[in-house]
Write a protein that binds this ligand. Structure first.
Ligand SMILES: [Zn+2]
Length: 143
């Protein structure tokens, strides 16, 4: 049963955690609050490929700063993330080339529908997944 954290998680901003031994562990991303990230360590980089729906179209793009990036793109809904950079993005663009409308926009139909549904099943809510990946990257950096 998660309890309120004494202070918000510095990795994902989560509010709840579990007390293990002497430290609090964030429920959302698994960051240990006791292991404050060293301010001299730059934040870890997590590249994601995003699937952003606007009406019946999906933009498949990549970013290492998805919050900022997605704020700058008009969209109705974030459908999914997967970890990956330009390389995976190009792969997806080729995979769904038949559905391409132009630029990074694809018609949301055919094989793109089960592909996105599969990602959703695997990762769950996209922002929660991103927080988990960020938490894991933080732990890798500081261990
Ligand atoms: Zn957290």
């Amino acid at each position: 049963m998660p309890d309120p954290l004494p202070s918000r998680c510095r990795v994902c901003g989560g509010h709840t955690g579990e007390r293990r031994d002497d430290t609090w562990v964030c429920t959302r991303c698994g960051w240990r609050l006791g292991d404050a990230p060293d301010p001299d360590i730059p934040p870890p980089r997590v590249d994601v490929v995003y699937y952003l729906r606007y009406r019946d179209r999906v933009k498949i793009g990549t970013s290492a700063t998805p919050r900022r990036r997605l704020n700058a793109i008009m969209h109705d809904e974030l459908l999914a993330f997967e970890t990956g950079d330009r390389h995976l993005e190009q792969q997806r663009h080729q995979q769904f080339a038949d559905l391409r409308e132009g630029g990074e926009w694809f018609t949301l139909t055919g094989p793109l529908v089960p592909h996105i549904a599969g990602l959703r099943t695997r990762i769950g809510e996209p922002w929660a997944a991103y927080d988990r990946w960020l938490g894991e990257a933080f732990r890798r950096l500081s261990s």
